[in-house]
Design a binder for this molecule. Sequence first.
Ligand code: IDP
Ligand code: MG
Length: 147
Amino acid sequence: MERSLVLIKPDAIQRGLTGEIITRLEKKGLKLVAIKMIHLDRSLAEKHYAIHEGKPFFKDLVSFITSSPIIAIVFQGDNVVNIIRRSMGETNPAESASGTIRGDYAISIEHNLIHGSDSSQNAAKEIGLFFSSGEILDYSRDIDRWT
Ligand code: IDP
Ligand code: MG
């Protein structure tokens, strides 16, 4: 059973796209097991994006992700990392297919609406930064036998 961390980024919150983004992932059939709204501080933002430290866009990325509240979500299910990455589209919205979240609603690589973990291992690390184990809920859904 895999988990993935999704962040609804500041641009999505400001543009009123929170519901749309969650709806798409929920309608896909993904199971939500944790959710919270937070305003990231610099320290947590730098930890979350540590892999990009030293890259030319790192400073602007940290400024952006701390500029306004975000919503952090954990989804759980088979292959959930890959399913979410495909639903998001490419990192650069200009190269994202229509039908994906970034392809339908974003234009710029700096303002691409959503974060999704890129591997199971990174998901585990990222989820640990945002949620305590007690905040991730264990429950069953009757619809899971239909999805
Ligand atoms: P991802 O969000 O699709 O996983 P990453 O490569 O992990 O993409 O990069 C993290 C975030 O950093 C991206 O979502 C994007 O907002 C930003 N970013 C990545 N590459 C560039 C770039 O070349 N210029 C400006 N911003 C970038
Ligand atoms: Mg990434």
